[in-house]
Design a protein around this ligand. Sequence first.
Ligand SMILES: CN1c2c(nc(N)[nH]c2=O)NC[C@@H]1CNc1ccc(C(=O)N[C@@H](CCC(=O)N[C@@H](CCC(=O)N[C@@H](CCC(=O)O)C(=O)O)C(=O)O)C(=O)O)cc1
Ligand SMILES: N[C@@H](CCS)C(=O)O
Ligand SMILES: [Zn+2]
Length: 791
Amino acid sequence: MTDSTIPRLSTATILGYPRIGPDRQLKRAIEGYWAGRLELDDLEVAALELRRSTRARLLALGLGADDGSIPGDFSFYDQVLDVALTVGAVPPRFERLLDADGRLDLPGYFTVARGEGDLAPLEMTKWFDSNYHYLVPEIGPTTPFRLADDRVVSLFLEAAGDGITTRPVVLGPVSFLLLSKAVADDADGAAAPSDFTPLDRLEDLLPVYTELLHALGQAGAPWVQLEEPALVADTWDVPRERVLAAAARAYEVLADELARPERPAILATLSYGGADDAVDVLSGTGVEAVGLDLVRGDVPSAATLAALGDKVVVAGVVSGRNVWRTDLEAALAVLGELDAGLGGRAVAEGRLAVTTSTSLFHVPHDVRVERGLDPELRSWLAFADQKIGEVITLATALTRGRDAVAGELDAAAQARRTRLEHAGVVRPEVRARVAEVAEADYRRPPFADRAPVQAAALGLPELPTTTIGSFPQTTEIRRARAARARRELSEEAYTDAMRTEVRGVVELQERLGLDVLVHGEPERNDMVQYFAENLDGFAVTEHGWVQSYGTRCTRPSILWGDVTRPAPITVGWTRYAASLTTRPVKGMLTGPVTILAWSFVRDDQPLADTATQVALALRDEVGDLEAAGTGIIQVDEPALRELLPLRAADRDAYLTWSVEAFRLATSGVRDETQVHTHLCYSEFGEVIGAIDALDADVTSIEAARSKMEILPAIAEEGFSRGIGPGVYDIHSPRVPSVEEIAELLAAAAAVVPGRLLWANPDCGLKTRRYEEVVPALENLVAAARQVRATL
Ligand SMILES: CN1c2c(nc(N)[nH]c2=O)NC[C@@H]1CNc1ccc(C(=O)N[C@@H](CCC(=O)N[C@@H](CCC(=O)N[C@@H](CCC(=O)O)C(=O)O)C(=O)O)C(=O)O)cc1
Ligand SMILES: N[C@@H](CCS)C(=O)O
Ligand SMILES: [Zn+2]
């Protein structure tokens, strides 16, 4: 029997919840298993306990037990990898890991994620404009698709067994293919034929999704959430019309192939932005509900809303991306506008639900545990658990009227008021300094004039060798920092321990024969948090961990007020390292764009204005480093590409202010001071022009992991400054051989003149172990010497 009515969806839901656990339980369990401290069974038990406690928490916070309002979004590593394995898209190099039924067990899953021996892992790249990184599926012209894994179904049944009807969350087919990398069928990760794109495989993939929906229907799932964030971006290689046609086709098939209740009702979500054309496409299909990001996107036009017909609109009015308390009045106004646009009876008819703009996995769990935060600042914030409260408040206002939540509305308004009025939010002296910034502050003399002055001052060989900054963050370093935080180690003893570490790192680099040394960054818990701890206008959390990739997490800082640098931050460490060697030591800073990208940033002024303030604080630090005798200063901007808007029309404005912020931070130096920058964790081909515009003397850029895919862009754009395309993939424990590195360097030397080429790893070494780093750097130095001799 078919069921044409839409199953009830609670008025309050969330699109997803942090997956790592409030105490990073999943991280600890998985890393314990990797380290051999935990058996596989124990890991499964730890994961089950986390899923259970998460469901219990969401229930306690007020989400419904029986209406699919609790998302089922558990992942051992990454949600994109999960779909790749669900649809059987395991690259051929992992075939020997499959069991007789063609399934991959959990150890095999981790191998695909992290690599092992000669098995290279899937590439990792930025998830939209966030600091989360997903694993990139490899899809070829004949990659076989089949329902290879039923974990989505078993997780639904597990929750159902505990009395909770979840809403399984699965990346939708169009986004899955758009986020995939085209490869040739026969070789692993090799480039695909130039006329092939993974989206070509939609027709082959859809039957697998249909089968999955059928299995979920059989299991009794009332709802499934198919996420289609890729539809809000218009910057794919594939033309927009083709993306929209694919979405139309996909949801026509998925909605029509099976009649409910053979399949769950489909909530198709469009997070990370707004796109009326994508909403229109979904309106034309049989999906039961559409999720909109109304924080990044606008309320759709009247015509688009009207076209939605009787579909449920799941309105993302609570941000999944930042930590500020929601302006509940503004959110209610948006919901009112939506209700009106949907005919005025959407709430009454159960066609309007309240949700988050994205999954909440971009924010920490609970602000109440942050006892170290100033209580006033804390009162301005909402982490995941508080955001669920906001969603429920707004839903209650819709269903029972605003009087039912008058207290919550008042409290939110009061918090906003105290935030706006706080003396640290707008500081006249900071505003005055920004107003005085002049055109000349963004400019250095031409590179062609600086380069010979620097060459003479530094006396480096051709193809100089260097590293990106950090050396392994050993357990001892982290323990020392943790002990300092617990006040078991004095500030003095901690500084001594870190200086000892710096001394070891300098000695090692001298022994290895590197040309430009670093101090190794042992004193930094994180390349952004460390600066946030030393700048005014920022706050940091104790427990605010957010997943960055796999088991790796960061604690994004909170940029809440006007920014200044009360005192030099890095100068002492750099000077100490320099005192131990006669070779040049690079000063090491994190750039303004990256500091913003990896923090939760104030939402009361344009990002560009905040960037200017951070740039000025860094400019002071750059000046002090130079005055202390530092001849090379690196300002890392790994997140430059990350913030690039998902809509083409917004990109120029972003690139203008981000490049200006970098230049403001770095242009106050003398000609002989060599400014370096470093970029990683993204594909930079399309922003090479902007990288050139940063006007850094030398740019080190991740390249080894993607097998030097960046070189053609460097050549085509006529990149005219120093460049170090990475020749050691630091994401893998593998030690690259001298031959391998020499081959990469030779490929780079074919494109870049020898006097501009540097030899360096892809990124910092903080996540690696010395056992890997030492031989890898030995090989890097040997390979550079080999290639240098041929230049
Ligand atoms: C370069 N990357 C970074 C991004 N974003 C950042 N904010 N920072 C980055 O470096 N985005 C892009 C990439 C993403 N890559 C990474 C790479 C590595 C990590 C990582 O290793 N994270 C660590 C935590 C790092 C940290 O903050 N360390 C602190 C606290 C350490 C800790 O957990 N301490 C223990 C106690 C110590 C002990 O007894 O062992 C505790 O608190 O319980 C520090 O060093 O002081 C991770 O483990 O996940 C992230 C992103
Ligand atoms: N200097 C930093 C850059 C990481 S992107 C490091 O070496 O870790
Ligand atoms: Zn890096």
